[in-house]
Ligand binder design. Sequence first.
Ligand code: HEM
Length: 617
Amino acid sequence: MGSGLFKPCVHPDLRDVFSKMSFGDKIGFLFIHAFDKRNLWHKMPVPIGLLYLNTRRTLLEKYNLLPVGSSHGALFDPKEFLYRTGDGKYNDPHNAEAGSQNTFFGRNMKPVDQKDELMSPDPFVVVTKLLSRREYKDTGKQFNILAAAWIQFMVHDWIDHMEDTKQIEITAPKEVANECPLKSFKFYATKELPTNSDGIKTGYYNVRTAWWDGSAVYGDNEKKAKKIRTYVDGKLVIGDDGLLLHDENGVPLSGDVRNNWVGVSILQALFVKEHNAVCDAIKEEHPNLSDEELYRYARLVTSAVIAKVHTIDWTVELLKTKTMRAAMRANWYGLLGKKIKDTFGHIGGPALGGLVGLKKPNNHGVPYSLTEEFTSVYRMHSLLPSTLKLRDPNGQPDANNSPPYLEDIDIGELVGLKGEEQLSKIGFEKQTLSMGYQACGALELWNYPSFFRDLIPQNLDGTSRSDRIDLAALEVYRDRERSVPRYNEFRRRLFLIPIKSWEDLTSDKDAIEAIRAIYGDDVEKLDLLVGLMAEKKIKGFAISETAFNIFIIMASRRLESDRFFTSDFNEKTYTRKGMQWVKTTEGLRDVINRHYPEITAKWMKSSSAFSVWDADY
Ligand code: HEM
């Protein structure tokens, strides 16, 4: 197709990439571009919305998966590894290392070097003037604090950057120093490593396993995994009170313990119980299985339950539109739906039968990893409120039919090791219920919790560091340090229409004024994190459309590239009981109900555990 003919239909900034596309891609591009220019796709009937999303995903998979590091790895026989290994190796039969601990983050777009602009504009100024919480904004009934903790639980399954030993110190300029809890702070640079391969020359290691393998519960390597096993019937250690146990330093015994708060700790504890219950169920059918065999089966099943909860429960509440509900269910069940899949198994390709259960994994020609841009769009610290409203699970319903309110507790008190101490007094039920009944923070400007601006970060082993950090300022710095394009270029690279003026970003006059005071009229300078928070949201979406585009590509990839969600998602690998367990779990509500039926029966009125529990929203 001559690109000249269609040139006038294509946004000038995207003409170059369009001209290099194949005929088929050009057709796909023109289709999505027509909707993008009119901001229309999400207002369309569900079938058209689904077609738009599918076309977009196909293009993104072609143009936005960039390998970092070698694309080749050791081959192995997958039949010898019908289980998830401790360090994530031996999942992709063509590349034993892919997705394992200490391998490179990939990229969704070429890096943009910003070494000369690390402090421009000053991160302290950006945060103080645009991000720091002023008046708390929440998400109404749509999304609760359990949902906020859930995504941190997932982040701790997927990503964490390896740090250098080199420390950097940044200092707040005079104009904002008085408003900054820390006038300066020290942190470790991200460790930059040569890739020794063509294409992208340097990159950063992910110290977690990138697979969706439940590593927040099980750990990212064999050593860690061993620490939390009982070595009896495949089970993991857990306290009699249903909470995580602790070592002599007060550090919780769990897979990932770094930079946690009690919200994540209770989810880890819940999924330890889930794992142990799966062990019991499988043992009942197969009494002769060894501890190791039971552990391996239960890890596969529990990881699949986590992935399913995220796909058809959490994400559906995050992006609450009919089209997104259909799209997320199609990722798991296919367009033919649950009934057909449960009865006949996977039929057809990814669209009809879903990604889960595909005959073969598909990494679209690029070894599986998570990406720098993925990290950036999950910078969602504003989801947390400043205080948690504790409620009494044993009290009588109040006038609103809700559990009686007890007291406010600062979230800052619930972070790290002191948080664990508090949790032992609060208990699982009160903590979970209180999180269920309270809306989480909105991802908007001026909503970044202040306790994060004076935070004790932790080492990988969960022990506290002596240098406190301003997490908000550090996040602005990190995206620049890791050469993640700034907001407008980020959009262009995803084939989204770039903004020409601040008015294209938001209709909020105060926001425009504040943004202009820092970035002038230079829309290219706008930091990604600020843009993601300022962008006018699609109705029903708790995140920006820009961030959503990374979700489109990476949410599918986490399922489709993984052998244990595709070719080995079967009774042979999971056991019959194990497959049944995954099939019959539809959301977090089911998991809570399995272990704490009295909470769901008495207090959970919402159909999803991730929306505020006082009403079916
Ligand atoms: C009280 C709860 C939390 C604490 C104490 C916490 C703390 C931290 C700290 C210290 C870092 C490392 C900063 C750096 O050195 O670059 C970090 C990174 C990050 N956090 Fe949080 N966080 C919390 C909640 C959340 C939540 C709710 C999300 C939501 C998705 C989240 C997403 C992330 C992401 C994506 C990163 C970047 C990881 C990377 O660089 O590889 N965190 N957090």
